[in-house]
Design a protein around this ligand. Structure first.
Ligand code: G3I
Length: 349
C-alpha cells in the first residue's frame, strides 16, 4: 500500500512538473520565436502586408498565417464599387467590414482599395447614361459614403486606380469620358473632406520603373500638389512576371515620387512565372522579391509592401494568365517558398 501511495505521489509530482514546465518555459520560447515579416518590417518603420478576400475566410489555416505573419492587409475585392454600392444609393459594407474586423483583431493596418476603378463596377452604373452633373453627384456620394463608413479604420485609400494607359495617356474610362481629367482632383478633394487622416493614393501597375506611364503620374502628382489637391501617396502595384525581366530603376522611380513630397507604397506585389515552377525559377523569383523589398527599404518615404495575397492557393494569376502562376511567397499548401526566406533575410530576419 505504502509502495502504491509513493508511486502515485511520484506520478502526481511528475505530472505536475510536466504540466508546470511549458508555463515556465513559455516566455523564453516566445523570445526565441522567429520574427514575422510584419514584425521585421516594423523595425524599419514600414509595414509588410498581404491582400485577402472574403471567400478565404472559411480557411482556418490560411487565416492563422494571415493574422500572424502580416502587419497590414488590403481587401482584394470587398471595397470595390460592385461590392459596396450594388444598387444606386444602396450601400453594403458587409464583406469589407469582415476584412476590417479581422485586421483590427490582429492589429493590422488596412489599405482601402479602391474608390474609383474602371473594373468591377456595378451594372446600374456602367449601363446607365449620365450627364456630367449626374455622374459627379454619383461619384461624390459613392466616395464620401464609403470613406465615412471606414473613417479611422483605413490608413490609405487608393482613390483612383489605373487611370493611365501604358503610353501615359488617360485611360478612356466612364469617368474620364464624362468628366474629363478633373475627376481625379475632385475625387481626392471629396475623400479628403470626409477623412482628413487617411492618406490618399493614386495606384497603378507597370509603373515600377521610369517610363511613359510612371512619367504621367509624376507629372500629374506634381501638378496636383501645385494646385493644393490632397494627393499624398503613389501606389506601385508591382505585378511582375519572370519572362519580362526585372524592371529597371525601381528605387530611383520611388525616390523621384518621394522627392515630389508624396509617400510611396508597393501595393500589390506578386511575381508570376510560366508553369511548371522549377527550382531555378523559384530562386530567381526569390531574388526579385528581395530586390523589390530592398528598393523600398532604401527609400525613406516608401512606407510598406503588400503582396497580392500570400499563397499560390488564392492567387488571381492562373485565372487570368492560363499556364502562369506560382507568384506568391507561400505555395498552395501554405508552405513558405524560397521567396519567403529571401524577403525575411532582406528585412533582417
Ligand atoms: O463574385 C463572383 C462570383 O459570384 C462568381 O461565382 C465567380 C465566378 O468566377 O466570380 C466572382 O467574381 C470574381 C471576383 O474577382 C471576386 O472573386 C471575378 O470573376 C474575378 O475576375 C475577380 O478578380 C479580381 C480582379 O481584380 C478583377 O479585375 C481579383 O480577385 C482581384 O485580386 C484583382 O485585383 C486587381 C486589383 O484590384 C487592381 N490591380 C490588379 C489586380 C489583379 O487583377
Amino acid at each position: 500500500m505504502t509502495r502504491i501511495l509513493a508511486a502515485l505521489s511520484a506520478a502526481v509530482c511528475l505530472t505536475a512538473g510536466l504540466a508546470a514546465a511549458p508555463a515556465a518555459a513559455a516566455p523564453a520560447a516566445a523570445e526565441h520565436r522567429p520574427r514575422t515579416l510584419g514584425e521585421l518590417a516594423e523595425k524599419h518603420h514600414k509595414y509588410f502586408g498581404s491582400a485577402t478576400d472574403n471567400p478565404e475566410f472559411t480557411d482556418a489555416a490560411y487565416l492563422k498565417l494571415l493574422g500572424s505573419e502580416f502587419g497590414q492587409t488590403t481587401p482584394g475585392n470587398a471595397m470595390k464599387w460592385y461590392a459596396t454600392e450594388p444598387e444606386r444609393g444602396v450601400f453594403d459594407f458587409t464583406a469589407a467590414d469582415q476584412v476590417v474586423a479581422f485586421a483590427k483583431a490582429h492589429h493590422q493596418k488596412v489599405r482601402g482599395h479602391t474608390l474609383i476603378w474602371h473594373n468591377q463596377l456595378p451594372a446600374w452604373l456602367t449601363e446607365g447614361t449620365w450627364t456630367p452633373d449626374e455622374l459627379r453627384a454619383i461619384l461624390k456620394n459613392h466616395i464620401q459614403t464609403e470613406v465615412r463608413h471606414f473613417k479611422g479604420q483605413v490608413m490609405h485609400w487608393d482613390v483612383v486606380n489605373e487611370a493611365f494607359n501604358e503610353d501615359g495617356t488617360y485611360r478612356e474610362t466612364l469617368f474620364y469620358k464624362t468628366l474629363g481629367p478633373g475627376y481625379i482632383a475632385d475625387a481626392l478633394r471629396w475623400a479628403h473632406e470626409t477623412d482628413r487622416h487617411a492618406k490618399l493614393y493614386l495606384n497603378d501597375y507597370n509603373v515600377d520603373g521610369i517610363g511613359p506611364k510612371s512619367d504621367a503620374y509624376y507629372t500629374l502628382i506634381k501638378q496636383l500638389k501645385a494646385d493644393g489637391v490632397p494627393v499624398e501617396g503613389f501606389g506601385i502595384q508591382g505585378h511582375l512576371a519572370l519572362q519580362y525581366g526585372f524592371p529597371a530603376d525601381v528605387q530611383q522611380n520611388m525616390q523621384r515620387f518621394a522627392d515630389l513630397g508624396v509617400e510611396v507604397a508597393v501595393t500589390e506585389l506578386d511575381i508570376r512565372m510560366n508553369l511548371p515552377a522549377t527550382p531555378d525559377k523559384l530562386a530567381t523569383q526569390a531574388t526579385w522579391y528581395a530586390d523589390y523589398v530592398k528598393a523600398c527599404l532604401a527609400v525613406k518615404k516608401c512606407v510598406g509592401v503588400t503582396i497580392w495575397d500570400y499563397t499560390d492557393k488564392y492567387s488571381w494569376i492562373p485565372a487570368v494568365f492560363p499556364g502562369e502562376g506560382a507568384a506568391l511567397p507561400y505555395d498552395e499548401n501554405l508552405l513558405p517558398k524560397p521567396a519567403y526566406y529571401s524577403i525575411k533575410k532582406v528585412l533582417g530576419g
